[in-house]
Ligand binder design. Structure first.
Ligand SMILES: Nc1ncnc2c1ncn2[C@@H]1O[C@H](COP(=O)(O)OP(=O)(O)O)[C@@H](O)[C@H]1O
Ligand SMILES: NC(=O)OP(=O)(O)O
Length: 313
């Protein structure tokens, strides 16, 4: 029987720059179309780290080059731009793939705002890497000249980091729900969603942050009452002793076991840890809900229980 599935697409599903993204989304669309062809209802969320960094850098350069004409662009607006641009490529790749298979389904991207809490401690401790990797010297220059926060990212180089508060609720959830009910394939919560604060009235105020897409996808899956949250990334399974000779790839995790491994520091912060945290939160949110972490190309096999790491009560 078909399931309602929310997918979170990782960096390898989108690539790091414009031509890479256009090529990568074709493979991504094939994997998603396999699930739709198998009879599942699919909602797609995705990341935006490289893209939002690129957009923010371009907008900042514009302001610096002509400060009288261009005022600084808020990070929330950069997230909105990244949603539009990634949604454009994903929506088209999906539309073409479904048409090639003779599947008559509309595909639509929803510019999605996600409420965050102004008191979230994440605003005091930036952790979300955005943009391209830099050398130590380039990173030091950004800190000195612009006061940016930077971190060394898992041995791969230096990156700017911004605040990454937890999602509270999805502003456009009713629209997304209605579109799913109407049979559309919906792309939503791109880049974790445009972070916004609620104000006293109906106005929403953009927040300077980038929400983690795995947490946003978990909130989306919960609010849509999905059966399954699938987190697609660059490894087929979650491991303990990752990167060590005694690495052990895991096919099944209970939330309790996953928590024990988290306490032991088995999952790297900023990469595998938020995925396992989001998977556990979803699996624990209601009976029967399952989360799966696997490779993009293995999504179909994973949903049939043939690979990936399944997280279930
Ligand atoms: N315990 C672990 N098990 C599996 N992969 C891990 C683990 N710890 C860290 N990783 C790394 O985390 C990566 C996924 O995180 P990341 O690259 O940030 O994801 P994405 O861009 O797909 O959202 C994997 O490709 C792997 O290199
Ligand atoms: N917003 C977000 O989580 O992006 P990445 O997956 O690219 O880090």
């Amino acid at each position: 029987m078909g399931k309602r599935i929310v997918i979170a697409l990782g960096g390898n599903a989108l690539g790091e720059n414009l031509p890479e993204q256009m090529a990568a989304v074709r493979g991504t669309a094939r994997a998603i179309a396999d699930l739709i062809q198998a009879g599942h209802e699919v909602v797609v969320a995705h990341g935006n780290g490289p893209q939002v960094g690129m957009i923010q850098k371009a907008m900042a350069e514009l302001t610096r080059s002509d400060p009288e004409r261009y005022i600084p662009c808020p990070l929330s607006v950069c997230v909105a731009m990244s949603q539009g641009y990634i949604g454009y490529d994903l929506q088209n790749a999906l539309r073409e793939e479904l048409m090639d298979r003779g599947i008559d389904k509309g595909v639509a991207t929803v510019l999605t705002q996600v409420e965050v809490d102004p008191a979230d401690p994440a605003f005091q401790h930036p952790t979300k890497p955005i943009g391209a990797f830099m050398t130590r010297e380039e990173a030091d220059k950004l800190v000195a000249e612009r006061g940016y926060d930077v971190v060394e990212d898992a041995g791969r180089g230096w990156r700017r980091v911004v605040a990454s508060p937890k999602p509270v609720s999805i502003v456009e959830i009713k629209s997304i729900r209605d579109m799913v009910a109407a049979g559309l394939v919906v792309v939503a919560c791109g880049g974790g969603g445009i972070p916004v604060f609620k104000t006293d009235g109906h106005h929403l105020k953009g927040a300077a942050a980038v929400i983690d897409k795995d947490f946003a996808a978990c909130t989306l899956a919960r609010q849509l009452d999905a059966d399954c949250l699938i987190i697609l990334t660059a490894v087929e399974k979650v491991a303990i002793h990752f990167g060590k000779p005694n690495v052990e790839w895991l096919s099944y995790l209970t939330p309790a076991r996953a928590r024990a491994y988290m306490d032991d520091g088995e999952f790297a912060p900023g990469s595998m840890l938020p995925k396992v945290q989001a998977a556990v939160e979803f699996a624990e949110s209601a009976p029967g809900r399952t989360a799966l972490i696997t490779l993009l190309e293995k999504a179909g096999e994973g949903i049939e229980g043939r690979t990936g790491t399944l997280i279930r009560q």
